[in-house]
Every structure is written in structure tokens, then in C-alpha cells.
Design a protein around this ligand. Sequence first.
Ligand SMILES: [Zn+2]
Length: 527
Amino acid sequence: MDEIQEIKNRLSIVDVIAPFVTLKKTGKSYKGNCPFHSEKSPSFIVTPELGIYKCFGCGEAGDIFNFVEKKEGIEFAEALHMLADKAGVVISEKRGENTKPIFEANKLAEKFYRFSLLKTTEGKKALEYLTKERQLTLENIERFGIGYSPNSWDQTYTTLTKKGIKITDLEQAGLVIKKNNGYYDRFRGRVMFPFYDITGKVLGFSARSLDKNDGAKYINSPETKIFTKGQTLYGLFTNKKGIRDNDKALIVEGQMDVISTNKAGFDYAVAPGGTALTKEQLELIKRFTNNIILSFDSDIAGINALKKSIKLAEGLDINIKVLNLENYHDPDDAIKSSIKKFETMVDTSTDAYSYLINSYLKENINSPTKRKQTAKEVTEIISTISDPINRDYYLTQLSEVLGVTKSNIRLTRSTQNNPTPKQIEVKGTNEEVIISILINYPNFVTKYENEIKKAGIEVKITDKELKGKITMLRVGQVQDDAENELIKRLSTIITKQLEKDLKEASKAGNKENINKIVLEIKKIKKM
Ligand SMILES: [Zn+2]
């Protein structure tokens, strides 16, 4: 690729690295403290002649592209564009994918919105909301690029088209809406929060209404060529350094949470922006840290979101903790009460699996149905843990909470290590199997009611340990193709019982009974 070589020729690696590392010239090379590991005496060497850097402490090495990728947490394509801009090299875009005009439209819109907030009479109301009601400083507002869209049908688009942006590009950026023969501004009279990509380019906006009677408190940019829901994180650009330095990311619900935590000194929060946390978003975070702390409501919706996040994170090898907000409505609420307290909450956040197991214990008290459901889900989640030692650790915890012996939990494990088993191994005593059938297959029970009665099994569940077992059985043996295996097992149990009856009937010489039992056995064998 010529473009890469051209960029390398135009930029000195020393200029690229200098903003991050204090470099001292030694002969043909430069030396400094490595930006990728912490050290007191410099072992980071930059050789401009070769256009490379190498750290003799941690082994990091590469060219300008590697450096920018690693330092900014971006991928090659993004590093290429960033350095191309810096070098003044034009990168040939793939046909049909030219997104530059959309980025340009967003960039100017952000500028216009910020001007409207800070320099116009109309913007004062919005500024007051931010500084008085939300208690933000001008620095906060600046740091997150917050602005205001005038309450007008055409101010945004007349201003931006005057500045040379094509109306079609404004439409593609989602800033205006086409109607009949004209266009009108999408965002009117709203506080504007820009969404940035990881390099700081504006992808779209989230807009908050100032009118309490407005039906839609927040509206977002529509999906565009550059803005896809669930693929961007609010606050990541601003907080990425904090995330890397603290080696953790705090996931909060909305943009105001990101801004208020940042203001209080917690510069490592991000918000999914109106969606549940997605795999793409976790992959973005993973560029900076493997540790995330979730701060969600502890209500049902919050717990469900947590479960989903855990499943996603496990596949990506990300550690999840959960911040318990106690009785506070949101992080801002907790911070307002005491920054120190919020800091303790962050530091003492519980690991996600323990949190879920404990939440099970809570549900347990409320209702048996909920308890069963939660237990099922917790075990499902535990079964996704790839590390066997960790998996065992949490199974032990779960067994303690359930009051079930670990061997019974193992009984469910055998089916869970293999997500889609061809053959289900049904272990446990006869009672357990029947109970499992009762719980898992109510229809099956109606179908085979007589047979179950014949097996002479009475189901009375009073024992606490047995209750736990039932839950475990339910959890472990709910598999689509388990029914056949259960039928097989049931028929064995019944056949044994019938054979016993048959022996007795033979002993007694009761021919009528013998015939009846033989018929039954034949029927069961066909089951
Ligand atoms: Zn190093």
C-alpha cells in the first residue's frame, strides 16, 4: 500500500510518540519511560531512522500505526485514517462507503449546537438547566461537547447549508428530515449530547427535551451509515484514558450518569446509550480493560440485563462486577450524598456470579416460582463459565445457597458441560426422576398419570433438601430431548414394579392378575 508508506514518510515517529512520552536523544535514537508499562528508568527506545519503537522492559514494539492503535485503543483502519489526516494524505475510500461528508455534517452541527448553548439568548435556558439543575461546570459541558439545538424548524439546516454542507448529507446524517418538497430540523429545543467514535469524531446525537410536557424525553439520531445502535458507547472517547489508567470501566445507564461520575472524579464510566449492553460494546471496552463494573438497578429488569451481560462477557473473557446502589436511584444520587461513599461502593462491588446467587436467595424468600426460575438461570449462567476452577467455585456457592449437596449439583453439571447433548444422562433416585418429570413436563404427567401411579411413587415435598434437589433437577434436566430419556427411565421403573407384582401374582396363582400385568408390561415396553 502506497498510502501507508507515504504516511510513514511524511510523519516522524518521534512526533507521533512525543505527545505521550518525554523522549531524550541518545545518539541516533531517543529514550523515554515506556507508556505501556510502569517503570522508573527508561527502557523505551525510538529509532526514527527505522521508524520503529521498542521497549526492552515489556517487549512492546512496532511502527507509528502500532503505536497509535495500542495507545488510542483503536484498530488499524482507524489509526490509518487518523495518521493520514495528520500527514495530509488522502486515503482512497471504497466506493459507496464515503462517509466523510456525514462526519463533516455532524462536526459542524456539534459546533453550531455548542454555539447555540453558550452564546445565544435562547441557549441560556438550556445552560441554566445544565449548570443549576444538573450542577455541571462549563468544563464538564466542554469536555463532553454538550450543546443546544434551537427551537426552530430550519435554523440548523439553514446555518449548516450556508456553511457549505449539502442538504442530502444533512439528511444522511439524520440532522434533518425530508417532508414533501422540503426539509426540517430533527432536533428542536433540546440539549444535545454528541456520541463520539473512539477517535473523537461525531457519530450522532442524543437529544434531551427541556419541555416537561414533551412526550419523548430523549430522542437519538437515527441509524446512519456511521451510527449504529449498540455499537457505540457514550463517554468512551472522553473516558478511555481513565478506563485504561484505572484498568476498569463502570457501566452506567445514561449519559447524565457518565457526566456526573466524571465530574466527581470517576473518569472511567460509559453508557450503552439506550440499548442493553451488546457484544460489540463489550469488544470496544476490551480494547482498554478486561474489568467492568455494572451499575444497574437491582429490579427485575436490571437483573435480567445483568444476566445477559454476564453471558456476553464470559465469551469475551471479561471480568464483571456489580455495583450495589443500595437505596440510591442512580450514581448521581449516590455521589450527591457522598463521593467517598460512592468510591467505597465501586471498590466493594461484588463479582457478578456471587451477586446473582445472592439475588437468588432474595427471590427465594419471595416466591417459589421465582426462585425456581432464578435458580435455573443462575445454573445456566454458571455453566457458561469456561474456567473449570471458577465454575466449581460458584457451584459450591450455589449449593450452599440452595442447601443442596454438591453431588446433586454435579448431577446437573453432566448435562451442562455439553450445551446440546444428544443423550441425556438421567441420574438420581426414582423419586427424583419422577419429581423432575412432574416439574418439567406437566403434560407428560397427565399423559402418563396412571403409569406413575402404578410405579407406586407418592410425591410429597416437605423436605427442604428435597426441595433443593427438585430445583436442581429442574435446572439440570430441562432439555428439549430429555423427554425420551425420561420415558425410558420411567418405563424401567414401572416395569420393575410390574415384574415384582407379576412374581407375586404367579406365586398366588392369580391368572387374571397375571394376564393383566403382562398386558401392562407390554404397553409399557411400547412407551
Ligand atoms: Zn514497556
